[in-house]
Design a binder for this molecule. Structure first.
Ligand code: SF4
Length: 708
């Protein structure tokens, strides 16, 4: 119904990478409802998270004062945090005291042990401006490239393959383009759960005749709208994709002109897939050979066919190989560089694209300029007025290992600054990650709640929720979108951009960003210069006017380029590089003792580590507790009924939770969302890494499922 409100403030949904534009309706300094705005990615639509997941902002567990660990209170990695009773562990402090302690501790470690002693985690939940300033702080203040964020757990492998293959890590075509496609291949992705408004475009397209092929070990809701479902065995992506490529090449369906003019290394790819016929792969991947051939033919013959993928592709030790196969599949078919075609790795978080673009990654400066390229470094050394480290830094999982390194290791990490990230829930093998966090000599955590990570901190800095600040985020479609401040932060909580600058100044950086909202426009304009041409046409004023602009955008009158690679690729030779891939098994296979496969992921109502959505009343009411999904036959074989409690245990950890019947989950597998601290799925996951993207294998490890 209609409500009387004091003001309406335009912003962006804080959850997934679809990037729906919203309006916050504010009454008495509280958000009372959220409306969908007519944004380019959502046309007024919102999913349940965007519409109802806002009251976390007003939750009584919001951090409102800086906190300092009480002397003598040990950091116990085994203890479950109690956000309501933090007073046993921390005392309140003034900002001055907390900032002195936070920055002073980091500075002391840097000055005593050198610039490898520190690391920083930013977050894909922060704005572009926060990401840019945070990586600049680590690079110029901490003195190393040890800066990363949850992209490492997300599409790092996809990006590794894309940079190698097509020269750019971003999507080639926007989600809405599915309406132009004759066929879309959705693989390793559950869009109805995780990109719900994007899924509505897919379903609308299907209604108008677009063929959806859903390829996934789990048959999710989109399967009901699919023309064909290829339910393949977990971990067999390369077998499936090479069989498709094999069919296209061997049946003479390849786009010869495209391959000749726009691709390189085709012969190596062709030779490699010779042994991957659908008939040879069917027993491995579980998809019947005629279905593989049918899908391959339709994909190649379609006037336009598009590939969209998610973490099911990326979170494997062979995640980069999986994405290489997708690039090859699109390329040999010529399905790239035109409307309704191309490659779309669906970005998970609202700003995982933008945070990576802004340089919040250890091997690259803003806009994917490599830290080990002397020319790039010279430009930034001049721009920032500071010498820079020429070695790529450590990645998320490697940083935890380096925290636990021997005392004598010159690269041992001793202090960390974590902004808006919750590695004590999101990292693989949580016992290890929590032990590492607890062992740090100095941990500064900046967040809006007492997260599992903040619980292990020395200093906790109370930050702003998304509706409490102004900034830009970049969605899965390469749209830079402006969020505006709707509220003031509660109590003494401060905007993250202000906090980063306070830490920087106390680490002797002479930063000045003048202007409203902690100088956000000045920070954006500096970032725009650092990113060179790609967002050159997106000024702050333009964002204030238009709210959303797609990049690449080269000048003020460039409307932005929704489709890229139309005539060449940003690779050294202008061609897409085809990279053959072979089957590499998961790092840990099921055996007699641990017979089930654990697959982790998200669910519609809950966001990542749950710190926001589990404090949103409607979302919590819909999904109040952790569940493990298994199919009916497995439940019967184990003598279980839906709702029974089970213990799921891997070699690294165990959780107890209720089982839910889901016949889309394949036999021999159990699916658990990672949002629940009381049954944290990542206690069990395997930290084995993809060698290229350094992404852990969240989608596959061996577990037992025991009644009770
Ligand atoms: Fe927010 Fe994503 Fe839902 Fe849109 S689809 S409302 S961006 S969570």
């Amino acid at each position: 119904g209609s409500q009387v409100v004091d003001r309406k403030v335009d912003s962006v949904c804080p959850f997934c990478g679809v990037g729906c534009l919203v309006t916050y309706n504010v009454r008495d300094e509280k958000i009372v409802s959220v409306d969908g705005r007519d944004g380019p990615a959502n046309h007024g639509r919102l999913c349940v998270k965007g519409r109802f997941g806002f009251d976390y902002v007003h939750h009584d567990q919001r951090l409102t004062r800086p906190l300092v660990r009480k002397p003598g209170v040990p950091k116990d990695p085994a203890q479950t945090p109690d956000p309501a009773n933090w007073r046993e562990v921390f005392r309140e402090a003034t900002w001055d005291e907390a900032l002195e302690l936070a920055a002073g501790g980091l500075k002391r470690l840097r000055d005593t042990h050198g610039n490898k002693a520190l690391a920083g985690f930013g977050s894909a939940k922060g704005s572009n401006e926060e990401a840019y300033l945070f990586q600049k702080l680590v690079r110029t203040g901490f003195g190393s490239n040890n800066v990363d964020h949850c992209t490492r757990l997300c599409h790092a492998s996809s990006v590794a393959a894309l940079l190698e293959g097509v020269g750019s890590g971003a999507v080639s075509n926007q989600v809405n383009d599915v309406g132009q496609a004759e066929l879309i291949l959705v693989i390793g992705s559950n869009p109805t759960g995780n990109h719900p408004v994007a899924a509505t475009w897919m379903k609308n397209a299907a209604k108008r005749g677009t063929k959806i092929v859903l390829a996934d070990p789990r048959v999710t809701d989109l399967g009901r709208h699919a023309w064909r479902v290829m339910q393949f065995k977990p971990d067999t992506d390369v077998a499936v994709l090479n069989a498709l490529i094999h069919t296209i090449i061997e049946e003479g369906l390849a786009d010869e002109a495209f391959v000749r003019e726009r691709a390189s290394n085709f012969e190596a790819l062709r030779d490699n897939v010779r042994g991957y016929s659908p008939e040879a792969m069917a027993p491995i991947c579980g998809v019947p050979a005629p279905l593989l051939r049918e899908v391959a033919r339709e994909f190649a013959k379609a006037k336009a066919a598009m590939i969209l993928w998610g973490m099911g592709v990326s979170q494997h030790v062979h995640g980069t190989d999986n994405a290489r196969c997708l690039i090859a599949l699109a390329s040999v078919s010529g399905q790239i560089g035109k409307p309704g075609s191309g490659l779309h790795p669906l970005r998970g978080q609202n700003n995982v694209q933008g945070a990576s673009d802004a340089g919040l990654i250890p091997m690259m400066l803003p806009n994917y300029q490599r830290v080990d390229d002397a020319r790039v470094r010279a430009w930034f050394e001049d721009f920032w007025g500071t010498p820079l480290d020429d070695k790529p830094g450590y990645t998320v999982v490697e940083i935890m290992d380096k925290v636990l390194a021997e005392e004598a290791d010159p690269h041992k990490i001793r202090g960390m600054y974590v902004m808006g990230e919750n590695p004590a829930m999101s990292d693989p093998d949580l016992h290890h990650a929590r032990e590492a966090l607890a062992s740090l000599q100095h941990l500064v955590v900046q967040d809006i709640f007492m997260t599992e990570t903040a619980w292990l901190a020395d200093v906790v800095l109370p930050a702003s929720a998304w509706p409490e600040k102004t900034g830009t985020v970049s969605n899965t479609d390469r749209m830079v979108q402006l969020g505006r401040r709707a509220l003031d932060p509660p109590g003494d909580a401060k905007p993250d951009l202000w906090i980063i600058q306070q830490i920087a100044q106390r680490m002797d950086l002479d930063w000045r960003y003048e202007g409203e909202e902690s100088g956000v426009a000045a920070v954006y304009e500096e970032m725009r210069q650092a990113m060179h041409a790609v967002i050159a046409g997106i000024s702050w004023e333009r964002l204030e006017r238009e709210s959303s602009v797609t990049y690449p955008c080269l000048s003020e009158d460039d409307p932005g380029q929704p489709i890229v690679f139309t005539d060449s690729f940003p690779t050294p030779d202008g061609r897409v590089k085809l990279v053959p891939a072979d089957i590499i098994p998961a790092a840990e296979r099921p055996d007699a003792e641990f017979p089930f496969v654990l697959i982790t992921g998200r669910q519609l109502e809950h966001w990542h580590t749950g710190s926001m959505t589990r404090r949103a009343a409607v979302l919590d009411a819909i999904e109040p507790m952790a569940t493990a999904s298994m199919n009916g036959e497995d439940l019967r074989a184990l003598g279980l009924a839906p709702g029974d409690v089970v213990t799921v245990r891997s070699r690294r950890g165990e959780v107890a939770l209720h089982v839910r019947r889901d016949d889309g989950t394949p036999g021999g597998a159990v699916f658990i969302p990672f949002a629940y601290y009381e049954a944290a799925a990542n206690l069990m996951t395997n930290p084995a890494l993809d060698p290229f993207g350094k992404i852990p294998e969240f989608k596959y490890c061996a577990v037992q499922v025991l009644p009770g």
